[in-house]
Design a binder for this molecule. Structure first.
Ligand code: NAD
Length: 466
């Protein structure tokens, strides 16, 4: 139940609880802003747009100042992030560093004006214009870094932004908002917190010109529908079910650590985590064993404990989903080579789980577990493995693991996804485009493409003189 804030105005000033996933206890609250507050917020964002879009040099320097401010607040941001999200503190520090790095990268990126030369005696030039207030809606797995992936290119392009974090992780984003406010003009970036229908209202707000959303496929569909009301541009970065395909020349001992962490980092709560592993039948038992050994040995605990490598699942509904999908697999005939259950005691801990003998149509294979559970499946022919890897509605990432890199690359080329890695997974560069296919996304983020995704072309066309 929301607790009233000091001024106690009903509805408007209530707060909603924020839970520490390491204990399962509420440790703080955040303002439960109501949809009708958005009119004022968006109007202010529109007002601020006029000044912000006018001066690219001032924008660059403000965004670089914002990056410095994030670095300076690193300790507070990282600790709060771990407290509400659950991840090990070292990973929170890395997330804060990536937040600052995104600001710096986009601060220095400018769109290119281009002349069209098609042989006619006209002078046509493509210039780039910002869109207006942009709405960003983000999930709870990487609250700061995913927010930065949205505000850094949007603001660099000259837009203003209203940013809504997940109600499971509102606090570090609120703190980030106030840190950024020390370097940015007023109302250029506003963080709003609250429960649904706040996000739905933001996505359909007539003053918003671009809705950039990261989250699950069903919510992505709802957001696209909501944005249709105002025909705002939509960018959707949605769920994934990435496959790792191991080839018969793979060096199992050499890759096992990397493969394990590609699946279990952030407790498996990564859109492009490895969520299924396909292994040649003769290597299958060895791979299951190598992964299960690591799953049994890894230190699971509160993110603030120095020795922790894996924290809790972020929230109770997600823990229930992870438990359900695992129990369903076990009921379907799968066997847990490690884990397979919640951990006793307080907090949302789930034992790192490696599953074998999983029926290929079990939801843990066809859907998105988004938790510390990994099915490992044997295959006969390579075509069978590629068909299985491509055989879901998702298309975010994928990877191929083997010693002959040319052969691995030829297999990677057959994966239907936005990014395919060889002997790695989920390694991203700021410079590259990031785009899921099929149900995994619409539009392109990352690199210059991310900047252009926040701009519209404006063509000036005039006859040549003389
Ligand atoms: P979610 O879809 O439940 O929520 C995402 C955000 O949308 C939250 O801020 C939530 O409050 C908000 N929201 C909920 N209902 C809404 C509505 N009707 N209209 C507008 N906004 C609404 O996702 P989640 O559980 O927070 O995050 C996990 C999902 O995110 C996974 O599917 C994961 O794969 C995906 N994800 C994708 C990427 C990517 O880049 N492709 C990155 C991280 C996470």
């Amino acid at each position: 139940m929301p607790t009233p804030e000091a001024d106690g105005v009903p509805g408007r000033r209530s707060r909603f609880p924020v839970v520490d996933p390491a204990t399962g206890e509420t440790f703080d609250g955040a303002p439960d802003q109501q949809p009708d507050e958005l009119d004022d917020v968006v109007a202010r964002a529109r007002q601020a747009w006029g000044g912000w879009r006018a001066d690219p040099a001032a924008r660059t320097s403000a965004l670089l100042g914002a990056a410095d401010a994030v670095d300076a607040a690193g300790d507070d941001l990282a600790r709060l992030l771990t407290r509400e999200q659950g991840k090990p503190l070292a990973e929170s520090y890395a997330e804060v560093a990536r937040t600052a790095a995104r600001l710096r990268y986009f601060a220095e990126l400018a769109p290119r004006t281009r002349r069209i030369d098609d042989g006619r005696p006209v002078h046509s030039e493509i210039r780039w214009r910002s869109l207006g207030p942009v709405a960003a809606i983000v999930p709870w797995n990487f609250p700061l870094q995913l927010a930065a992936a949205k505000f850094a290119p949007a603001l660099a392009a000259g837009n203003t932004m209203v940013l809504k974090p997940s109600p499971f992780t509102p606090l570090a984003t609120r703190l980030l908002g106030s840190v950024l406010a020390t370097a940015l003009p007023e109302d250029v970036l506003t963080v709003v917190t609250g429960r649904e229908p706040l996000g739905a209202r933001l996505a359909s707000h007539p003053g918003i010109r671009h809705v950039t959303f990261t989250g699950s496929v069903p919510t992505g569909r709802a957001v696209a529908g909501a944005a249709a009301a105002s025909l705002a541009r939509v960018t959707l970065e949605l769920g994934g079910n990435d496959a790792a395909v191991l080839l018969d020349d793979v060096d199992v001992d050499g890759i096992a650590d990397r493969l394990f962490w590609a699946a279990f980092r952030n407790c498996g709560q990564v859109c492009m985590a490895v969520k299924r592993v396909y292994v040649p039948a003769r290597l299958h038992a060895g791979v299951v064993e190598a992964l299960a050994q690591r799953a049994k040995a890894v230190t699971v605990g509160p993110g603030l404990d120095p020795g922790t490598r894996l924290g809790p699942v972020n929230n109770a509904p997600q823990l229930a989903r992870v438990e359900q999908i695992t129990e369903r697999a076990l009921a379907d005939g799968a066997r847990a080579a490690s884990g397979g259950h919640r951990l006793d005691g307080p907090g949302y801990f789930f034992a790192p789980t490696v599953l074998t003998d999983v029926p290929p149509r079990s939801p843990v294979v066809t859907g998105e577990q988004f938790g510390p559970v990994l099915p490992v499946l044997p295959y006969g022919s390579l075509d069978e493995a590629v068909d299985a890897a491509n055989g879901t509605g998702f298309g975010l990432g994928g990877s191929v693991w083997g010693t002959d890199l040319d052969r691995a690359e030829a297999v990677a080329d057959r994966l239907e996804c936005g990014t395919a890695w060889i002997n790695h997974h989920a390694e991203l560069s700021l410079h590259q485009p990031f785009a899921g296919v099929k149900d995994s996304g619409v539009g392109v983020a990352g690199g210059p493409w991310g900047l252009y995704g926040n701009l519209r072309p404006f063509v000036v066309h005039r006859p040549q003189e003389g």
